[in-house]
Design a protein around this ligand. Structure first.
Ligand code: ATP
Ligand code: MG
Length: 785
């Protein structure tokens, strides 16, 4: 929309005429490969249209064909089309699809993007109506928190009892519901010790003074402006001749209002979505929005698509079987013309590491071509996890075997905020000279050591040419830092000295030491006190970090490992396996999909179940549906009988969703006798005693299990582990003896210093001592021993 919008009537309107349009559309190649229902949705340009259909039925495809049709028939110019969706990933998917739709776009669709991005664009044009200047800053979550903390501090609010994060969460919730401070309902008045709305108002005021907005404001301000200034709204209503919305099931109240207000102009709104894929309830999305569409937009034409083009019949049937267990849904049938294909595969593992190892091998096998399938590119394979902490096992495994991967929609495990913080503590314990680590943690958690105190520490350190830790001790001695901050610094330095000694003397096992560091420093406590939705995930990541430590001899070895693998990352180019959360995978598709960690408590997640009971289980089930329906050809679900948490084995029950998979469409890869055969195991195990199960699961490592596996192999039973069963691993180990010089694909040359199970302990020349799986080790024939 240019600044002279009002004066420049859109060309599209004038060039109408049925015949002209028909001419323009004739031979439109973008219509050729659509089915009649999709065509209907594309060609019905007047009035509201709802495309309500299951996964992979071509909703996004049809929506983009609709853009092509609007442009080709000259119903509107490119910039009079508003195409919007929920996440950045989904917006990129829309743009990608549009670029692949065969038509002459003439000029780019300027108003295509996420609700946030488009709102920012609108708000810049009318900032003054929200008390802002058009060059306002958009704050990220960190800035937002800092601001709230300042506000609370000024009011002498105890940050421990009333954490700023909790307030931020509350305010976000209100903004998602399009509530300005004046509109917050009386029922919410008690929030945040009866002062929630007061702080909300103060926060908004402060943002205005700073000429800043947070994410929630982008939508809230626009909706508020539209409501208070009908003239402005009318201008946009006139302008946007066509509105298209993808992933409509995930819109929250503010987004819904935003859309409704805009659509009241031409009423040409086309929303597409799938109630079965609504997975953002925890962020304020209202699946009711889609179910209510026909009421909100009277005369709406509803198109149902039933043919699925993405997945094989088995995958489709499995997904439909799972989602059928949800009570609150519209219900739809999906069918496909595709024939054949593999059944959905289900496999149980002894533990999470074994699961990661198996998937790594399976991916390698598929990239070479296996089971009669042609080789598959790594780009075509994805691992979709429920919780981000699950990624660590895969990342470590893939780095070890040199399998290229990318993590989508979030930092890699070792780049996460909480992991970097924790690692900074470990680094400082191992090496007190690590000034960067000190700077990172000196005031995390809050110790009352703000900028002024930190400058004094820096000054002391510089004056004496010593590290910051020593500088801090000197500053304390000199009495430069007193009060609460001084005391806290003293405690921190004492802690560092104590942990350092424990580490050097090896009196305490390094895993316990790590836990102790995180506990005694107050770091774990900081996240426990945190009431934001991310906090539990961060705590789980910290547990996962401690778990990762078990594979190493000491803290130093672990830190080195991380430094090494982080370094390796830059080397990788070309095709990569994708690792992402189920949430991030919405709207995407991959020929092969792995869905690990299907265990009750992990998926469905315990947290979700504790919080909202059955409702949450239904949302988790929709997530399972989203996961399975991402797969085009191969879909593999797995679960582990044990997960290690804080060095303790915890038995896990297979997910209840596994029981809901229709048996006829599932092939169980787990050999019979193990986990009750894997399938139907969830129900069977739920009744049985945990100790029995542990004993049963232990079979996995016993000679009996290996024999059983070998027999299964003879019978031609599907053997994904193939040449890589534990039997072979032991043979690989047997090839080497202590003192042998060896070569490892990732870590280079070294000498074998010990053997443990199927792993060799090797002192590498460059990478230090490591335990590695024997089959990745070769004897360097060309190098004399
Ligand atoms: P989701 O609910 O997962 O977002 P969707 O309904 O948006 O799925 P699309 O991603 O648009 O579905 O389509 C799924 C796959 O099917 C795509 O690869 C698309 O190209 C293909 N497809 C859709 N419609 C047709 C058709 N009529 N003929 C051939 N292929 C089609
Ligand atoms: Mg889609």
């Amino acid at each position: 929309m240019s600044d002279t919008d009002e004066n420049s009537p859109p060309a599209g309107a004038a060039s109408g005429g049925l015949a002209a349009r028909a001419m323009a559309a004739r031979g439109a190649p973008y219509l050729d490969d659509l089915n009649p229902a999709q065509r209907d949705a594309v060609e019905r340009l007047d009035g509201p249209v709802l495309m309500l259909a299951g996964a992979g039925t071509g909703k996004t495809k049809a929506l983009m064909a609709r853009v092509a049709h609007i442009v080709t028939t000259r119903r509107a110019e490119s910039d009079e089309i508003l195409a919007v969706t929920f996440t950045n990933k989904a917006a990129r998917e829309m743009k990608d699809r549009l670029s692949r739709t065969p038509f002459d776009l003439r000029s780019p669709i300027k108003w295509m993007g996420t609700f946030h991005a488009l709102s920012a664009k609108i708000l810049r044009r009318h900032a003054e109506l929200a008390g802002l200047k058009s060059n306002f800053t958009i704050l990220d979550t960190d800035d937002q928190l800092r601001l709230l903390k300042q506000l609370l501090r000024a009011e002498n609010i105890d940050d421990k009892r009333w954490p700023a994060r909790q307030l931020a969460h509350l305010i976000d919730g209100w903004k998602n519901r399009a509530l300005t401070p004046e509109k917050v309902p009386a029922a919410d008045a008690a929030a945040f010790n009866n002062r929630g709305t007061e702080f909300y108002a103060a926060y908004q005021e402060r943002l205005r003074t700073l000429n800043a907005v947070d994410f929630g404001d982008l939508l809230l301000h626009v909706v508020t402006i539209f409501q208070a200034h009908p003239d402005v709204l009318a201008q946009y209503q006139r302008w946007f001749r066509y509105i298209l919305v993808d992933e409509y099931q995930d819109t929250n109240v503010a987004q819904y209002l935003w859309l409704r207000l805009l659509a009241q102009g031409h009423s040409n709104i086309c929303c597409v979505g799938d109630d079965d894929q609504s997975i953002y309830g925890w962020r304020g999305a209202e699946v009711g929005n889609i179910l209510r569409f026909e009421k909100d937009f009277p005369g709406a034409h509803v198109v149902r698509l039933e043919q699925n083009y993405r997945s094989t019949p088995h995958i489709l049937a499995a997904a439909s079987g799972v989602i059928a267990a949800n009570e609150k849904r519209l219900g739809k049938t999906l069918w496909t013309e595709a024939e054949g294909g593999e059944k959905l595969r289900l496999i149980g593992h002894w533990d999470g590491e074994e699961e990661a190892r198996w998937i790594g091998e399976e991916i390698e096998a598929m990239s070479r071509g296996t089971r009669g399938m042609s080789p598959m590119s790594l780009d075509d394979m994805a691992i979709l996890v429920r919780a981000s902490h699950q990624m660590r096992a895969f990342e470590d495994r893939f780095l070890t075997i040199g399998l290229p991967y990318r993590v989508i929609g979030g930092p890699r495990f070792y780049e996460r905020l909480e992991i970097r913080d924790a690692m900074a503590y470990f680094r400082l314990v191992v090496s007190p000279e690590d000034d960067l680590a000190f700077e990172r943690i000196v005031n995390t958690p809050k110790r009352g050591l703000g900028d002024v105190a930190q400058q004094k520490i820096q000054a002391e350190a510089r004056a004496h040419g010593v590290s910051l830790v020593e500088g801090a001790a000197l500053a304390l001695e000199a009495g430069a830092i007193g009060g609460k901050g001084g005391k806290a610094l003293h405690v921190l330095l004492e802690g560092l000295a104590r942990w350092g000694a424990l580490n050097r003397e090896g009196r305490l096992n390094h895993v316990e030491l790590a836990e102790q560091i995180l506990d005694e420093s107050g770091y774990t406590e900081m996240w426990k006190a945190d009431k934001t939705p991310e906090a539990p995930g961060r705590l789980e990541n910290l547990k996962e970090l401690v778990k990762a430590l078990e594979e190493f001899e000491n803290l130093g070895g672990f830190l080195e490992h991380v430094a090494l693998i982080m370094d390796n990352e830059t080397e990788q180019g070309g095709a990569k396996v994708s690792i992402m959360t189920l949430h991030a995978a919405k709207g995407l598709e991959f020929p092969a999909v792995f869905l690990p960690g299907w265990e009750d408590g992990l998926f469905p997640s315990q947290r979700a179940m504790d919080e909202t009971g059955l409702k949450a289980v239904e949302e988790e089930r929709r997530l399972a549906y989203v996961g399975i329906t991402r797969a085009e050809e191969v879909c593999t679900i797995s679960f582990a009988a044990n997960r290690r948490v804080f060095g303790q084995w915890q038995s896990a029950l297979p997910s209840r969703f596994i029981d809901e998979l229709p048996e006829a469409h599932v092939e169980v890869l787990t050999p019979p006798g193990l986990y009750g055969g894997g399938f139907g195991a969830a129900a069977a195990m739920r009744g049985s005693d945990l100790e029995d199960r542990a004993a049963q699961a232990n079979v996995y490592n016993s000679p009996g299990w290996r024999r059983m596996q070998a027999r299964a192999g003879e019978r031609g039973l599907s053997q994904p582990r193939e040449s890589r069963s534990p039997v072979i691993d032991l043979e690989a180990v047997a090839r080497f003896a202590q003192g042998d010089r060896v070569f490892h694909q990732k870590f280079g040359y070294g000498h074998v210093t010990g053997v443990e199970g199927d792993k060799l302990e090797i002192a590498f020349e460059k990478a230090g001592v490591k335990k590695v799986v024997a089959r990745f080790v070769t004897a360097p024939d060309d190098v004399p021993f």
